[in-house]
Design a protein around this ligand. Structure first.
Ligand SMILES: Nc1ncnc2c1ncn2[C@@H]1O[C@H](COP(=O)(O)OP(=O)(O)O)[C@@H](O)[C@H]1O
Ligand SMILES: [Mg+2]
Length: 431
């Protein structure tokens, strides 16, 4: 179009960019026949070059393509937009000199402006296309990487879940054994006491009595009137009856406690199953009753250690909680209190259990007069495995604190220092 409008036989559109000129379009001339020195000049200076007549001296006469003399007049226009050289429009007329008249030049100027715009559009379009292609490529790569990473994440996640499950199972199993151990100790002590009662039972006296009456078979009146022991028989029998009744009551109580221990052990195992299913089993419970249950489970051990127990149950809050978890926490706290006092003379072993409620929180405290807690141990009390006892496992506080938190409560342990006793506080939500 430019060549036609300008009356040119040679024409070329060149694009500037990246420090070089590239031929975008050619008309009537081969690339090798372009006056490259002239074109570079325009590219460099951004000024147009017009040679009206190549026959006359001109600055580019050394350029081979102009030398050949086939061209009569030459015009090269810089295509500038926003102060940047976009390209060059080159026109050459082989027929006559002075082809590029001012009128044609102005028309060419407009054409050049149009060409520049189209060039820029073309470039922009190409850029957009390139950008689009690059984006698409990047996007594909990203999608692929994301998919890979997603897969890796999923793998990692499932490994984590497995690990957590294993760790959780191991942890729960350890705390289950620990808790079972605590209750089992009480149960064994209780069973011993029961055994002792059976061994020393007055029941044998009844047998002795029967032996005494043997010679008077069929003549009980004779025994009562003639035997010197006769008159004492009634007293003896009523005394024995009372003792046997007491014995019976106490054995019944021990058997009841034993049953309680066994129930609790079964519950601990059930709790583990609940842990394994990761569900809680909340039920309406009376916290004062739970405190009493915990104390009675621990009673044989406490008694054996000569611990004096004081109850301060100031409230009787009810809450919806997993009762056996609360019981386990309390048993752990009482066991710890007992251990903390084991080096004191029996008369100084004092255990206080307090219960009160404030707002929507119930507070159970287990206060002991034991060895207290050294400053440097304070931070680690609740860490898994932390123990200062020779045969300790360091699981009691750890698992109790976890259990408290699982019920929306919390467990703390405070002490004014070594030798000053300790206070464990269990807070539980009442709502
Ligand atoms: N009532 C307490 N008085 C003093 N120290 C305590 C008390 N309760 C716990 N501790 C300290 O916390 C440690 C961890 O307790 P715990 O987790 O129950 O494990 P363990 O009883 O097996 O040592 C104990 O070894 C002890 O040093
Ligand atoms: Mg313990």
């Amino acid at each position: 179009m430019a060549t036609g409008n300008a009356g040119a036989q040679h024409g070329a559109l060149l694009l500037a960019g990246g420090g070089k000129l590239t031929v975008a379009a050619l008309s009537g001339v081969g690339e090798e026949d372009l006056p490259w020195s002239l074109l570079s000049y325009v590219e460099r200076t951004g000024e147009h070059v017009l040679i009206d007549d190549t026959a006359l001296p001109h600055p580019f006469s050394s350029d081979a393509s102009l030398e050949r003399g086939r061209l009569r007049s030459v015009l090269c226009l810089p295509l500038v937009r926003q102060q940047k050289l976009q390209g060059l429009l080159y026109l050459g007329n082989t027929l006559c000199a002075h082809t590029f008249t001012p009128a044609r030049l102005s028309l060419l100027g407009q054409l050049a402006a149009q060409a520049t715009t189209s060039l820029e559009n073309a470039r922009r379009h190409a850029k957009v296309q390139r950008a689009e292609a690059a984006l698409r490529g990047a996007n594909d790569a990203l999608t692929q990487r994301l998919e890979e990473q997603g897969w890796q994440l999923k793998q990692a996640q499932s490994r984590l879940v497995d690990a957590a499950r294993e760790a959780g199972t191991a942890k729960v199993a350890a705390s289950v054994f620990h808790n079972l151990g605590n209750v089992l100790t009480s149960a064994v002590l209780n069973a011993h006491m029961l055994r002792e009662k059976v061994d020393t039972s007055r029941m044998v006296r009844l047998k002795q009595l029967l032996g005494l009456l043997e010679p008077y078979q069929g003549d009980l009146v004779g025994f009562l009137t003639r035997d010197p022991r006769g008159p004492q028989l009634a007293n003896y029998l009523s005394g024995l009856a009372e003792e046997l009744l007491n014995e019976h009551a106490s054995m019944k109580e021990s058997a009841g406690k034993l049953k309680q221990h066994l129930d609790h052990m079964r519950a601990i195992l059930q709790v583990q199953q609940a842990y394994a299913r990761n569900t809680l089993l909340p039920e309406e419970c009376d916290l004062a009753e739970l405190v009493e249950d915990a104390l009675s489970i621990q009673l044989p051990a406490l008694q054996r250690h000569g611990v004096t127990i004081t109850r301060e149950l100031r409230a009787q809050p009810r809450a919806r909680l997993d009762k056996h978890r609360v019981l386990q926490i309390l048993i752990n706290l009482i066991t710890n209190a007992r251990n903390a006092m084991s080096e004191l003379p029996e008369a100084h072993r004092l255990l206080r259990v307090r219960l009160d409620a404030e707002g929507s929180t119930a507070r159970i405290q287990v206060v002991d007069s034991g060895k207290g807690i050294a400053e440097e141990h304070r931070e680690r009390l609740f860490s898994q495995g932390f123990t200062t006892r020779e045969d300790g496992q360091g699981l009691g506080l750890y698992s109790s604190s976890l259990a408290a938190r699982s019920m929306g409560g919390r467990l703390t342990l405070a002490s004014e220092g070594p030798g000053k006793g300790a206070t464990a506080t269990l807070e539980l939500p009442l709502a």
